[in-house]
Design a protein around this ligand. Sequence first.
Ligand code: ZN
Length: 364
Amino acid sequence: MAERPYVSFAEVKQKIPIPDVLAVLGLADRFTRTKGTLTGVCPLPSHQHGPNPNPEQFKINQREGLWLWHCFGDCQRGGDVIELVKAMTGYDNSHVRFWFAENFGDRLTLQPSHKRKDQASETSEAPKKEMAPANPGKEITQEATLAKAANKTILDELSPLKPLRFFLKLDPCVPYLFERGLKPETIRRFGIGLCQKGLLKGYVAIPVYNYPCPAGTNPIGYLGRWPDDSIHKGTEELSPPRYKFPADFPRNRLVYGLAEALEATEGQPLIVVEGSFKVYHLFQAGFSNTVATFGASVSDEQAAILAKTGRPLIFLFDGDDAGRGGAKSAAERLITQAAVRVINLPMGQVPDALSPVELAQVLS
Ligand SMILES: [Zn+2]
């Protein structure tokens, strides 16, 4: 009999997402995907189903870089990708190792099983040295690398974003922008200006680019900001909407100002704010390392994009319930993938109302 290859469970957990295992088991089409979560009827052979199985009972998602499942029905059990294969097949450890070697051998480091005794543990020598307590910084880096590898699957599952076929010529001389304190340098840097035709006619158009974005590539879309706040007072329903998002604008998959923020700021954290005008304000206050998420709710995709930069992250959202809740939720999802800090501004406070000195204080 041929030697069975040895597969490290630690490596399996890092490299093999549960959706890929479902595909091998022929179960992929039994689950529906909403954001990052797959939901469906419990597939475990041990689950005794009634006449109307509950399609909400079994959930699969990624937490802290690890794929996990849970049956909220009668099973009341859950686990990682290894536990899932065990529960589905009834195999023991050595059989499960063999199953992964057979189905995912191309993604795993296969070692002949007789060499196994030479290994002290599942971790190889080199990473173990890095994990030594004397060097805590490297440990974080290694964790971040693992999580980044896991995140890559979320982003890679999505079809690439398509840049627009056109490029809008915008007029940078907009009184409203000067009234809001924007300097010509800021207007140039972010390419914003008044749009004179089309859907955004009369609006300040804000080009939003994918990242990375090769030179000469068009934006993914333009956001509109109506350049007059006065008409919004008391006549709300008659006014043009303050912000205009194109219907198909993929706001969940874009982080505003990322290319600009990463440029020439190596070694600095990324400051994350809620909107583009806050990015402009921070840029003018000396914080060119600022990006925005188009609102207080950070999507899983945006979180993955932020984690992928490898930069420490500082959330500086508005001092209100939405801002605090959004920053907290984002930080919880990112905590194992990046060094994350949340700055809770006092209630009613917003970053764009802070002076450069005050910003430097809250960010220090
Ligand atoms: Zn179940």
